[in-house]
Ligand binder design. Structure first.
Ligand SMILES: C[S@@+](CC[C@H](N)C(=O)[O-])C[C@H]1O[C@@H](n2cnc3c(N)ncnc32)[C@H](O)[C@@H]1O
Length: 470
């Protein structure tokens, strides 16, 4: 079958919101008992080339990962990477959501990821997708379904209507993109007397212009675009024996929980759903990452920060001279100096993970760390980092990194589930040489373009970025 995704490849990427450890942390926060991601069964539906999934397979050799997509070209690319990396715990298949149901036994996956699919397929495929999720999710499983949400989706629908007026009848990819871009460039220019809605639409046009051509082609100019209301997605899951847990997106982790200190209402599920839905409209929300568990699971929706005590954390917050912290343009004040110092240490160790108990030593500090996690300034994990912070005596590059470099890619996927561009050809050469059988002095002697005295430091920096297995 020749799908639009076969004609124009979708960019491969990894998505923090799909990370099983994040899903597990949110389940633990609700008092549930998620399956240990390191030994879990993970399914990714409509994963494109499934690089996201390959990243989990590379970091957890004892998990078993399966991904499928309708696009043969995407799956062929993912399979080539998996094979080159020697990942024997992952399988990828060309498969249609409509057919997939009968292939998998009930309850056969502990983590089910459906990212960027649900709002971009026709209604019958969407229904089949939810049926598949409900069918394969194990007793303690967690599913993450992301989608373009309402009411922000209305704004994008207006943009689509405008764009389709322009590109209707243009089939050629380049011409379609050129026509859309030149329209958007003009439309994005502010006009005198713009009403607030027009300003919003122009900003939307501006942000569409930032997207790569292939994303514009599929996400904005694709045949299917059905943004969803949170409540409809949750009801669709409930009808099939699933229960809404919370949201895996930035600033949304606590959506499935009652406000701190609030009295528990008669129907907590309904109370949090109604509140989150109201908030979607208040914030003109565009996107959601909704988590589901089986209906038999009973999340405790009161916030209990002590539940994060046994976890691990990283943070990219940077301490400023004035004592505040900064991240991506935001400034955060941490009044408790003991906690601030501990967070500084955690930032210095990142992407290695510190135990939460090393950073937050009392209930109030735990509460602050939980809030920082909810706001995406701190990442929480169930386990220590799955990679060392220093190279072993026989340094070994992650097989996934090696495979991507061997395929001529400059951007690799780290054992920290991040994309990293390795600009320096010499470092790429050194990483390819670190085969787990060559000692550091021999790697230094071989050259690879890096001065011998700098090789150990380059390997240490590589280990710290999650590029080395050992
Ligand atoms: C927008 S892309 C998202 C890809 C990837 N999950 C990501 O987020 O980067 C949508 C994906 O859904 C896949 N897809 C669409 N309909 C499908 C179906 N009926 N069965 C399986 N995959 C499907 C497409 O081939 C495409 O790879």
């Amino acid at each position: 079958m020749n799908t639009p995704y076969d004609r124009v490849a979708y960019p491969s990427s990894v998505f923090t919101q799909t990370h099983p450890e994040r899903l597990a942390v949110l389940a633990l926060l609700a008092g549930l008992e998620p399956v240990d991601p390191r030994h879990s069964r993970i399914l990714e539906i409509g994963g494109g080339d499934c690089l996201n999934l390959l990243s989990f397979a590379a970091m957890w050799p004892d998990c078993s990962a399966h991904g499928f997509d309708l696009s043969q070209i995407a799956i062929e690319r993912g399979s080539r990477i998996a094979e080159a990396a020697g990942l024997d715990n992952v399988s990828l298949a060309v498969e249609d959501i409509m057919e997939a149901h009968r292939r998998y036994p009930a309850g056969s996956f502990d983590y089910v990821i459906v990212h960027g699919v649900y709002a971009w397929v026709p209604p019958h495929v969407r229904e089949a997708c939810m049926e598949l999720v409900a069918h394969v999710l194990s007793d303690h499983g967690i599913a993450m379904i992301s989608y373009n949400a309402m009411p922000g989706g209305h704004v994008r629908l207006i943009m689509r209507e405008m764009l389709f007026n322009i590109v209707d009848g243009i089939d050629n990819f380049e011409e379609r993109i050129d026509a859309a871009r030149s329209f958007l460039e003009d439309y994005a220019k502010p006009r005198e007397g713009d009403e607030p809605l027009a300003i919003t639409l122009r900003q939307q046009a501006e942000s569409m212009l930032q997207r790569p051509d292939s994303v514009l082609f599929h996400d904005e100019l694709g045949d299917c675009y059905y943004p969803q209301r949170l409540i409809d997605v949750v009801r669709a899951g409930e009808a099939l024996g699933l229960r809404h847990l919370t949201d895996a997106g930035r600033n949304r982790h606590l959506d499935g929980f009652l406000p701190d200190g609030a009295e528990v209402p008669e129907d907590p599920d309904e109370a949090v759903l109604r509140a989150a839905s109201r908030d979607d409209y208040a914030a003109l929300r565009f996107f959601r990452h909704t988590l589901f568990v089986r209906a038999e699971q009973e999340p405790d929706r009161t916030i209990d920060a002590s539940r994060i005590d046994g976890l691990y954390l990283t943070t990219k917050l940077r301490r400023q001279e004035d004592g505040s912290f900064a991240l991506a343009g935001d400034t955060i004040e941490i009044a408790d100096e003991e906690l601030a110092t501990a967070l500084e240490a955690a930032a210095a160790a990142t992407p290695q993970r510190l135990a939460v108990s090393q950073v937050a030593r009392n209930p109030e500090q735990l509460r602050v760390v939980l809030q920082l996690f909810a706001e995406w300034y701190v990442q929480l994990y169930v386990h220590p980092a799955p990679f060392p912070s220093v190279p072993g005596n026989l340094p070994q590059t992650s097989p996934l990194v090696r495979a991507l470099l061997e395929m001529g890619e400059l951007t690799v996927c780290t054992l920290d589930h991040a994309l990293l561009k390795i600009e320096q050809a010499e470092l790429r050469g050194l990483l390819l040489a670190a085969d787990g059988q060559t000692a550091i002095p021999d790697l230094a002697a071989a050259g690879h373009g890096i001065p011998p005295e700098d090789v150990e430091a380059a390997l240490t920096a590589s280990a710290q970025r999650g590029l080395l297995l050992g």
